[in-house]
Design a protein around this ligand. Structure first.
Ligand code: GRG
Length: 307
């Protein structure tokens, strides 16, 4: 029996993931400090209000799933964690930009995010748009400075986040609001909008490790299933979750008349699907061997809130 399969092993893995989450917070904070002193090619330093807005959202206490996934995917394929930090920080910058823009009046018009007022409510709409733009742009600056395969990392994140990925999925999601429900392909929307970033996180971990193609392909499959599981669980949590834990309140989808997995399939079938996807992600992680124990734990945790 491997250490991770004992209860002490599992507890140690959970502790390890928590330590990584805290280190992500520290490194995100330090990376913003680095921006404060940067003056590129004789231009200005970042304006204080813009930096303050970026900091407000970036350090608001998210779960840090995507950066932690980058780090443990790197280690699962034999890489050094140190080499994965640029990709880990970049994906959290990019994810935070997507949340800021998703909350804007032109999109979801939300008041709460990560347990406190959304950025456009706490600051103003223009600053929120610009802080999101700055985080998105700086994400690619971080990746370009990676020691190993920077161009491949840039391509991976650009494809995941752009018109064929998260932004494309967001557009489909908005268009779905005006379509008959029978025509809406929830899987297509969420594969692009949510799961594609998890695929990129896992793949970038493998790229930072210099892992062989076969392992990167396995990481991609794992990322796709974990990302899908995460979205199915997110739909369920909006109906049956713990309001305090979400940081954004419950019943938001229903209040907006949003078409979700729960609306389409019902609570029980959605819970069953979340469990099935969690189990599938576990199996894919196990195929990567013992070093992938943290990936197994992430698969379990993606759905444990609704299991
Ligand atoms: C506006 C370009 C653009 C894209 C928006 C990410 C996204 C696309 C929208 C967020 C809306 C949403 C509820 C998506 C479902 C799953 C999801 C991405 C939840 C938020 O991610 P968590 O739970 O958040 O990892 P934390 O705060 O923990 O980082």
């Amino acid at each position: 029996m491997t250490p991770s399969k004992t209860s002490e092993g599992a507890a140690a893995t959970v502790e390890y993931l928590e330590a990584l989450r805290l280190e992500v917070n520290q490194r995100l904070s330090a990376s913003l400090e680095g921006l404060r002193d940067r003056r590129s090619l004789g231009a200005i330093r970042p304006p204080a209000r813009l930096l303050e807005a970026m900091r407000y959202s970036l350090l608001a206490g998210g779960k840090r799933l995507r950066p932690v996934l980058v780090l443990v995917a790197c280690e699962a394929t034999g890489g050094r964690r140190e080499d994965a930090w640029p990709a880990a920080l970049a994906i959290e910058y990019l994810h935070t930009y997507s949340l800021i823009h998703d909350d804007l009046p032109a999109m979801d018009d939300d008041d709460l995010r990560r347990g406190r007022p959304t950025l456009h409510r706490a600051f103003d709409e223009a600053t929120a748009i610009l802080a999101g733009d700055a985080l998105l742009t700086e994400a690619f600056g971080l990746l370009a400075r990676a020691r190993r395969q920077p161009a491949r990392l840039v391509i991976e994140l650009a494809q995941a986040a752009g018109s064929c990925g998260m932004v494309g999925g967001q557009q489909l999601d908005i268009e779905a609001e005006h379509r008959p429900r029978a025509e809406i392909q929830l899987e297509t929307i969420h594969r692009a909008k949510t799961a594609r970033l998890f695929v990129a996180a896992a793949a970038m971990g493998g790229l930072a490790a210099g892992a062989p193609q076969r392992q990167i392909a396995l990481l991609r499959r794992y990322g796709a299933v974990v990302g899908h599981a995460f979205q199915v669980a997110d739909d369920l949590i909006d109906v049956v979750g713990d309001a305090a834990a979400t940081g954004k309140g419950l019943g938001r989808d229903a209040a907006r008349g949003k078409y979700t997995y729960v609306v389409r399939d019902g609570i029980d079938a959605t819970r069953c699907e979340a469990r099935r996807l969690g189990q599938r992600a576990r199996e894919l992680a196990e195929a990567l061997g013992e070093r992938a124990a943290p990936l197994v734990t992430i698969a379990e945790r993606a759905v444990e809130r609704v299991a």
